[in-house]
Design a protein around this ligand. Structure first.
Ligand code: AMP
Ligand code: GLY
Length: 429
């Protein structure tokens, strides 16, 4: 099978790494990829959102299966363009991807179909939004409706912070159109978890539950980032809770989309808050999580190609079940100094080969570039160092040992990935 992966981050590196192990694979491309992905797949110099050129490429190279990484590509309608030309692609079409690309759409769907989530209201008018937050008071959450690269949510502790967020989004339009409409939502309290399934629009195959670490600094302090680390499985989502999330969130959402005439093919990612009243949805994504994918795929023993292929073909109900390793996997993100604010790129990365040679360790590149025999930093999140072990403690020990051998100027990372889970008993998937 000839496969094309679209995207350029650590998630896509993990996808090509896993896909490359498939006996069904005959050729693997990635567009545009990065410095690390180029060692596993042939890089294609096309932007992840250049729908027309990607469609032509897939057609000219007889690609059998295209796997879309980023949400921006889905929101641009790549799946629609591919399907129009009869090209097989893993991901939802533009209309179904609204589950991620419009928070108002997702919240209204949840309300209509009684899927547990925080109470909310949607506003197109700043004056009305201000009146609403004054009425409810803080803490309160203000969210831009559209895609903002994970930066469109403000959890306001005070009324003035909430009013300031409305100004930034709706008056100053810092995210342009994406923030012209806002969702204002009750602040939920609890532990967060990511629950990701592969779906063909009818059936859902759950992957291991995982946990991201969104804040920059240890102890969940500092600004929100694209994710500073992750681990799987997350013991907080035990077998009973997994069933409850499937029954109360995942399957009702897939049915709701279908009732609305939308086929949710690809990934359904539920970002959950585990509240005292049970799991509630914070957000839906219509693609693999980043960096969750980097810790889920190393634990997947069975082949990824047939799973994605069966989702595209609508035959997940008869698909072979996923087989998982019994241990745990942890990921530490190495970021450029200054990230998520301003940072410099072009710093030489040392120690990569040595780190990757360690047992059960993989180094996925998130923002790097090959420059002859050197690898340079080329983004805010640079590397995802990943290690597996028979339990989380061992995985963490291995991952931090591997991290200690890697260097670049300004390198920064969290030292407490997985710390919360170590306090809990292990979970069997
Ligand atoms: P989102 O953009 O919806 O993915 O939210 C980003 C992050 O903001 C989440 O991972 C949570 O940490 C936080 N967040 C979002 N919505 C809420 C909420 N209703 N209550 C508390 N925290 C929230
Ligand atoms: N890890 C958060 C996300 O993928 O959106």
């Amino acid at each position: 099978m000839r496969v094309l992966v679209i995207g350029s981050g650590g998630r896509e590196h993990a996808l090509v790494w896993k896909l490359s192990q498939s006996p069904e694979l005959t050729k693997l491309y990635c567009a545009p990829g990065n410095g690390g992905i180029g060692e596993v797949a042939e890089l294609v110099d096309l932007g992840a959102e250049d729908v027309e050129a990607l469609t032509e490429f897939a057609e000219s190279k007889d690609i059998d299966l295209t796997v879309v990484g980023p949400e921006g590509t889905l929101a641009k309608g790549l799946v629609d363009a591919f399907e129009k030309r009869g090209l097989r692609v893993f991901g939802p079409n533009k209309a179904a991807a609204r589950l991620e690309s419009s928070k108002a759409f997702a919240k209204n769907l949840m309300k209509k179909y009684h899927i547990p989530t925080g109470t909310f209201a949607v506003f197109d008018d700043a004056q009305a939004a201000r009146a609403y937050v004054r009425q409810l008071g803080a803490p309160i959450v203000v969210k831009a409706d559209g895609l903002c690269g994970g930066k469109g949510t403000i959890v306001a502790q005070t009324l003035s912070e909430a009013l300031g967020a409305i100004d930034l989004l709706m008056e100053d339009k810092i995210f342009r159109q994406a923030g012209e409409r806002v969702v204002i939502e009750e602040r939920l309290v609890g532990e967060e978890a990511s629950f990701i399934v592969v779906t063909d629009g009818t059936t859902a195959v759950p992957l291991l539950p995982s946990q991201d670490h969104k804040r920059l600094q240890d102890g969940d302090k500092g600004p929100n980032t694209g994710g500073m680390g992750a681990y799987a499985p997350a013991p907080v989502v035990d077998a009973g809770l997994q069933r409850r999330v499937m029954d109360d969130v995942i399957l009702p959402t897939i049915r709701a989309m279908s009732t609305e005439g939308l086929s949710l093919k690809g990934v359904l990612y539920a970002g959950l808050m585990l509240t005292a009243d049970g799991p509630k949805v914070l957000e839906f994504n219509a693609r693999f999580g980043d960096p969750e994918t980097q810790v889920i795929l190393p634990l997947l023993k069975s082949d990824l190609v047939p799973l994605l292929d069966d989702a595209v073909e609508g035959r997940l109900a008869t698909s072979a079940p996923c087989v998982w390793e019994t241990g745990s996997c942890a990921c530490v993100v190495l970021a450029s100094g200054g990230y998520p604010g301003d940072f410099q790129i072009g710093k030489e990365i040392r120690g990569l080969e040595q780190a990757a040679k360690q047992p059960q360790v993989a180094v996925f590149h998130a923002g790097s570039k090959r420059d002859r025999d050197r690898t340079l930093t080329w983004g805010g999140r640079v590397l995802n160092v990943v290690a597996s072990g028979s339990n989380l403690e061992q995985a963490l020990k291995r991952v931090y040992e591997a991290v200690s051998g890697i260097h670049f100027d300004g390198m920064t990372y969290r030292k407490d990935i997985g710390a919360r889970a170590l306090k809990r008993p292990a979970v069997t998937p």
